[in-house]
Design a protein. Structure first.
Lengths: 411, 96
């Protein structure tokens, strides 16, 4: 079977450090932080963390009411980001509403704020149904973001809702890439979204995974690979990529922001929350094989690196095992925390920004390397040249879900 | 259903005002669209999901859900007002 090339022709995002491609990339390179103190969480007794990366000044009311009524905040982010991506792609209406165009979009677990409203009604009335509205399920459901995108833009082809926590959007991009590469679809709208919710934060908090020591200086709180890191910072946002069959994209004169070269995903069955280095190596090598590349072809690794104790150590050692210590490695989570279901795609968009500048943005908050992390080229303070421009992007999720993408410049 | 003409006009006008206010807020519609003869689907742009949520709101307000018989005849805003009047066994409840 002939494998088709897959181009990235549209980018859209909503993030704590900018909701246009240009402002987002500029803020990455200047080291801007989207992490803030959350005094409103003080009422939640037992919660240890008090920092997060919310999207400020978001106005979901730009979405028409009859579309918005089935959207929790997560789907509103997804829809706005997708509108930007489709606009950037300049796809004509006839191709958007074409049966060969589909959606692959993930979230952590659906609309948490809608779930909160539902359970508040249960607590108030004792009834499991009083207060349920016609759109309650549509706002909560695990495929809410994907379905709302398809409905809002009239995209009729395949729909994949990859709800595998923090690997959701990386898997979505990978599945979209595979469908186009293998000729099943011609265009896929891919990505992921997340809404910040204290209930989810509490779930990570009780595991000891959240940052607890930087309430007075929130921008310093997320410290991937750093010796003094103390956990992840939860955030929210969305990112969308328009993927197209490369030849069709070229034929219609589309701007090509990048190309997907490879993808792999696998499951670490050792433990639900503690990742293993060997499984991380498996997914990285799988992506290289899929792309037909060797480790020396990779110019830069964008790590998942959430600033948790076990995750950073395992990932750094997996990267070292595959690439050695020369390949540049960094993480964006020092800038905007962990965007959960959106983290993979937003970080891919950051990588596309690096490709556009031919430069690697330095890692925020990496002041002193944890000696338990492998000796890698971490890009701690000043940008480095991107070289060949071929990038590996990792994502890892609870449940042992590993996903890696390889992207590069579209020629 | 209570006949409109037997209800004091002052109460009906207050019920109409409250119902319109609730619907404007629920469905984000401008006041000028709220003419008694306005068709819920054709003129106000509502659909079956909106109708369900409106009935849920009535249930919250009156403590009783409109019956299927009530819903069968609902076409216009005026029909909604009539239904609200009929449900308002204690009309003051709708004014809270």
């Amino acid at each position: 079977m002939t494998k088709r090339r897959v181009a990235i022709t549209g980018i859209g995002l909503v993030t704590p450090i900018g909701s246009t491609f240009d402002s987002f990339v500029e803020n990455l390179f200047t080291g801007a932080s989207g992490i803030r103190h959350m005094p409103e969480w003080a009422e939640h007794v037992g919660l240890n963390t008090s920092v997060a990366a919310p999207v400020m000044d978001f106005d979901g009311k730009t979405i028409p009411r009859q579309q918005r009524r089935s959207m929790s905040r997560v789907s509103q982010f997804a829809t706005i980001a997708t509108g930007h991506a489709i606009s950037a792609s300049d796809l004509p209406e006839t191709l958007i509403k074409n049966i060969r165009t589909g959606v692959a979009y993930g979230t952590l677990m659906g609309g948490m704020s809608a779930m909160e409203q539902y359970f508040k009604g249960v607590a108030k009335t004792g009834s499991l149904v009083t207060g349920v509205q016609s759109t309650t399920f549509l706002q909560m459901m695990s495929h809410t973001a994907a379905a709302n995108i398809a409905m809002a833009f009239g995209i009729p082809g395949r729909l994949i809702a990859s709800c595998v926590a923090c690997s959701a959007s990386t898997q979505s991009i990978g599945f979209g890439y595979e469908l186009i590469r293998d000729g099943k679809m011609d265009r896929m709208i891919c990505g992921g979204a997340e809404e910040l919710h204290v209930g989810i934060v509490g779930c990570f908090d009780v595991l000891g995974a959240t940052s607890r020591g930087h309430a007075h200086n929130p921008p310093a709180s997320s410290r991937p690979f750093s010796k003094d890191r103390d956990g992840l910072v939860c955030g929210e946002g969305a990112g969308t990529l328009v993927l197209e069959d490369y030849e069709q994209a070229k034929a219609r004169g589309a701007q090509i922001f990048g190309e997907i070269f490879g993808f792999y995903t696998c499951t670490d069955t050792g433990h639900m929350t503690n990742p293993s280095q060997s499984s991380m190596e498996t997914v990285i090598r799988g992506a290289l094989d899929d792309a037909g590349l060797t480790p020396s072809d990779i110019a830069y690794v964008n790590a998942h690196a959430t600033a948790t104790d076990v995750g950073d150590i395992a990932e750094s050692n997996a990267i070292h095992s595959v690439f050695g210590g020369e390949t540049p490695v960094s993480s964006f989570k020092g800038n905007f925390g962990h965007l959960m279901g959106a983290c993979g795609v937003v970080e891919v968009i950051g990588c596309l920004g690096m490709l556009a500048r031919n430069s690697i943005a330095p890692s925020a908050n990496l002041t002193e390397l944890d000696p338990r992390c492998a000796p890698l080229n971490y890009v701690p303070s000043t940008p480095q040249t991107l070289g060949s421009g071929v990038i590996l992007k990792n994502s890892f999720a609870f449940g042992g879900i590993n996903a890696s993408l390889i992207i590069g410049r579209g020629t | 259903m209570i006949e409109r003409e037997v209800m004091p006009e002052v109460i009906r006008s207050e019920v109409v005002s409250k119902v319109n206010s609730v619907m404007m807020e629920m469905f984000e519609l401008p006041e000028e669209k709220f003419k008694p003869e306005a068709h819920l689907f054709n003129d106000l742009g509502l659909d079956s999901l909106d109708a369900i949520d409106l009935m849920m709101r009535f249930q919250e307000q009156f403590g009783v859900r409109p019956s299927n018989n009530d819903l069968t005849n609902i076409r216009t805003l005026n029909d909604v007002h009539d239904m609200a009047m009929g449900l308002a066994v204690e009309p003051a409840k709708v004014l809270n």
